[in-house]
Design a protein around this ligand. Structure first.
Ligand SMILES: C[S@@+](CC[C@H](N)C(=O)[O-])C[C@H]1O[C@@H](n2cnc3c(N)ncnc32)[C@H](O)[C@@H]1O
Length: 272
């Protein structure tokens, strides 16, 4: 059994599906409206254990998934939603051994997913222009992983300035003007690689795709969005939930090509 250890993060859920992220400390206490749960009652037990507060409230202790942690962690900047993180990893083909350049680091949510995908043989270099965001991301990453992994480099500054000196298998951009680094990213990706960018608005998509076509070094440029609809399943009432997150943003994925001018020429002409 993989028992909870002191210092570990635990997700405590009550009977109303409320979730609390708690760092286990010997002697520590978790307070609810209905009594107290000692951290020592969780330490040494397995994930999924059912416990009761001093007031008799039922609590289940889980190991937080990365998606739970990202939802609960302090946010410096808007984090990428899990529904968008998955496609970044899959359509960006980010796997073990990859070298990924990411910008901006933001709150570090996507950085954690990238680290998990590339594994110990890969590398993540994450560039962030704001010191306060970088510091917040560093705190979040340390909190989830216990330390900053050796294969992560958190870099201060403008990604445009850094790309010239970087080489990458994948470039992942979640920042307002990804189009401004289309040319520099092509240099960093030379040798074959993939571009993935995420932007929330349609004009940003237009700017991004036009810049990728003009750069003449990207092929298979695709833009898409992910709509996730959750369902209410209760007895015979099985139907979509009334509320959903209607919009987050658009992903654009492209492959590096030595010369894609011809392939993009007709579309560039249509773009005007
Ligand atoms: C939406 S947040 C990224 C969130 C991140 N993907 C996450 O899941 O936590 C965008 C970040 O990009 C940073 N940024 C904006 N322009 C930048 C640039 N040119 N170079 C580096 N970082 C930049 C911002 O300061 C901000 O922290």
């Amino acid at each position: 059994v993989n028992a909870f250890l002191p210092g570990e993060l635990v997700l405590l859920t009550d009977t109303r599906d409320r979730m609390y992220l708690v760092e286990l400390a010997p002697g520590g206490q978790f307070h609810t409206h209905n009594g107290v749960l000692a951290h020592d009652a969780v330490i040494g037990r397995h994930a999924g254990v059912v416990l009761y507060t001093s007031g008799g409230a039922r609590i289940t202790a889980f190991r937080p998934r990365l998606a739970d942690f990202v939802r609960k962690m302090p946010r410096a900047a808007t984090v990428l939603y899990p529904k968008d993180v998955g496609p970044v990893l899959v359509y960006g083909d980010i796997g073990p051994g990859c070298t990924v350049v990411e910008a901006g680091t933001g709150s570090g949510g996507l950085t954690l997913a990238l680290l998990r995908a590339v594994g110990p043989t890969g590398r993540v270099c994450s560039v962030e222009i704001r010191d306060d965001h970088r510091a917040a991301a560093e705190r979040n990453i340390r909190r989830f992983l216990g330390e900053l992994p050796a294969n992560l480099e958190l870099v201060a500054g403008d990604v445009g300035a850094h790309l010239a000196s970087l080489r990458a298998d994948r470039i992942v951009l979640d920042l307002p003007e990804p189009w401004s680094v289309a040319d520099a990213a092509a240099e960093a990706l030379a040798g074959g690689g993939l571009w993935v960018s995420y932007v929330p608005t349609v004009p940003q998509v237009g700017e991004t795709v036009t810049a990728l076509r003009r750069a003449g070094r990207y092929a298979d440029i695709e833009t898409f969005e992910i709509l996730l609809r959750t369902w209410h399943v209760d007895g015979r009432s099985i139907r979509p939930d009334h509320r959903m997150i209607g919009h987050t943003g658009f992903l654009t994925v492209a492959r590096f090509a030595d010369d894609a001018r011809l392939a993009n020429a007709s579309r560039l002409a249509a773009d005007g």
